[in-house]
Design a protein around this ligand. Structure first.
Ligand code: DX5
Ligand code: ZN
Length: 219
């Protein structure tokens, strides 16, 4: 499986609707929505009002990546705003299992993300209940960073662990993904690829096409 999830963090917010429509038309599989609180990560991005607004114009799967402390406080609001899936950080939750169960109870897909220094063992308590694990390939907080090669090893480790424990989550990567590395990360076992800069800088249509060609998917 290969899915491309453009991150709107790198979009031109003055033309947000237009650029999302372009990514959708180009064949992007999901829309990745990065929410940052200035506490869990140093930067602040945007929240529910932006999601509510773009929801009216797009039918894409909204993949909401919460880089916020104790996300359990806001899950319902993000679902009401239009999230189809919510990914929380293991490091940001005092009760990860409860948080994941609440996401599922709200009827959307549940994901857990781990930062580059966080081992996959933190997933043990929830791995059988998860729809997605997001392996950060940069330190969360900013777009436009360079992929940390060690994180690709973690993708391999996670893919073989998933087999061992017969779990069914998909493996997503986020940060520094581009045409020069997407194939090797795909071969390591990742299935859902977040790309901000590599999709929204330049020609969106061409960029999405180039990703699919690089993996060998023609459409
Ligand atoms: C980083 C965010 C990413 C980011 C990716 O904290 O989670 O989704 O927007 O951007 P690029 O693809 O530019 O590294
Ligand atoms: Zn993200």
């Amino acid at each position: 499986m290969f899915k491309l999830a453009p991150s709107i963090l790198a979009a031109d917010f003055n033309k947000l609707g237009e650029q999302i429509a372009c990514a959708e038309k180009a064949g992007a599989d999901e829309l990745h929505i990065d929410v940052m609180d200035g506490v869990f990560v140093p930067s602040i991005s945007f929240g529910m009002p932006v999601i509510t607004s773009i929801r009216k114009e797009s039918k894409m799967f909204f993949d909401v990546h919460l880089m916020i402390t104790e996300p359990i406080r806001y899950l319902e609001e993000f679902v009401n705003a239009g999230a189809d899936g919510i990914t929380v950080h293991a490091e940001a939750c005092s009760n990860l299992t409860e948080t994941v169960r609440k996401i599922k109870a709200l009827g959307v897909r549940a994901g857990v993300s781990i930062k580059p220094a966080t081992p996959i063992s933190v997933l043990a308590e929830v791995e059988q209940e998860l729809d997605r694990v997001l392996v950060m390939t940069v330190e969360p907080g900013f777009g436009g960073q360079k992929l940390i090669p060690e994180c690709v090893e973690k993708v391999k480790e996670l893919a073989s662990h998933r087999k061992e424990v017969s779990a069914s989550f998909d493996i997503q990567v986020d940060g520094g993904i581009g045409l020069s590395n997407v194939k090797s990360v795909y071969e390591a076992g990742a299935e859902v690829f977040v790309a901000g800069t590599a999709v929204f800088r330049g020609d969106i249509l061409q960029n999405v096409k180039a990703f699919k060609e690089e993996i060998g998917i023609a459409d």
